[in-house]
Design a protein around this ligand. Structure first.
Ligand SMILES: CC(C)(COP(=O)(O)OP(=O)(O)OC[C@H]1O[C@@H](n2cnc3c(N)ncnc32)[C@H](O)[C@@H]1OP(=O)(O)O)[C@@H](O)C(=O)NCCC(=O)NCCS
Length: 275
């Protein structure tokens, strides 16, 4: 019987396969296509690459799933195929490997990053806080003057405000940021986020929020980060839940002045998460 992967790697050097994308490109698949989707549309092509690596002596082959995450697939309109593409990728590799090679699951980076806010980022605020649909749960759009003031503050060094960028081309996808506030007698951070509509529904806000929480932790300062989404803001409340916030309660706010808003109070403990 074939030894387990751990026994094999303890006993000898295992040779892994090489790049999958390069080999697919060499077979005529252009870089603007989803290589991962080929698991569904051209499984034979993927098998062929795996087979070549096994024939060349690879002990380990990696599934063709490097970019098969919701964010990357979403940029090809394939987010709903996430499960099928990963399952097919594993099946294809297993079929080729049989008992001759080990199969490793390839998981590439999400390609969502946060970067300090800069002078060129004004359009992100215009497309989010300046848009009536985007501010449905925030009491309506801000005026160009309010946005310009906000932008100037965000661009200050160490403001805690970030643009969210996606992909190798670093496309601006939204904003996330934290700031100081007093809450029920305590100094805390408050956090907020906004993702441009064409980028929504791919997990970008949740990923960027996790990164902003890490930045808040690194900045030191306060122990707790609070988020106050309107109780009616399903997506933002889902982000809080997914990012590991704890629901503390509901409160009535006035935001902007003159607009009553019933909000959830979600709290994230930077120290608890740092374990
Ligand atoms: C809220 C917002 C940032 C979400 O951005 P996003 O990148 O689409 O968010 P994500 O994809 O990371 O996560 C959204 C989650 O909310 C869920 N969701 C979306 N609409 C929902 C709704 N009406 N009810 C419940 N959940 C909902 C999604 O299913 C997803 O959860 P899942 O990954 O478990 O499926 C974006 O809609 C936005 O910018 N809205 C306007 C600004 C705003 O309201 N900011 C927050 C102020 S507190």
């Amino acid at each position: 019987m074939r030894p387990t992967f751990l026994d094999a790697i303890a006993a000898r050097v295992l040779v892994c396969d090489g790049a999958m994308g390069t080999m697919l490109y060499a077979r005529g698949v252009f870089v603007n296509r989803s290589f991962d989707a080929l698991n569904l549309t051209s499984p034979d092509l993927v098998s062929e690459v795996h087979r070549e690596y096994v024939r060349a002596g690879a002990d380990v082959i990696e599934t063709n799933t490097f970019g098969a995450n919701r964010i990357k697939l979403g940029s090809f309109g394939l987010a709903d195929k996430l499960h099928d593409i990963n399952l097919a990728g594993a099946r294809i590799a297993r079929q080729v490997a049989r008992d001759g090679a080990y199969v490793a699951g390839a998981i590439g980076p999400l390609s969502v990053r946060i970067e300090p806010w800069a002078d060129a980022d004004l359009p992100i605020l215009e497309q989010t806080l300046g848009d009536p649909a985007m501010t449905e749960h925030l009491g309506g759009p801000e005026s160009p003057e309010q946005i310009a003031r906000r932008h100037a503050g965000y661009a200050e060094p160490g403001s805690g405000q970030f643009r969210i960028v996606v992909g190798r081309e670093r496309a601006p996808a939204g904003w996330v940021g934290y700031w100081d506030r007093e809450w029920r007698g305590e100094q805390v951070y408050e956090i907020g986020w906004s993702v441009i509509p064409s980028f929504q529904g791919r997990g970008i806000a949740t990923t960027a929020t996790a990164q902003a929480l890490a930045a808040a932790r690194a900045a030191g300062g306060h122990r707790f980060v609070h988020a106050f989404p309107s109780v009616a803001n399903g997506a933002s409340n889902a982000i809080c839940r997914k990012a590991g916030f704890t629901l503390v309660g509901e409160y009535d706010f006035e935001y902007p002045p003159g607009n009553a808003l019933r909000c959830n109070d979600w709290r994230f403990d930077l120290q608890a998460d740092a374990r």
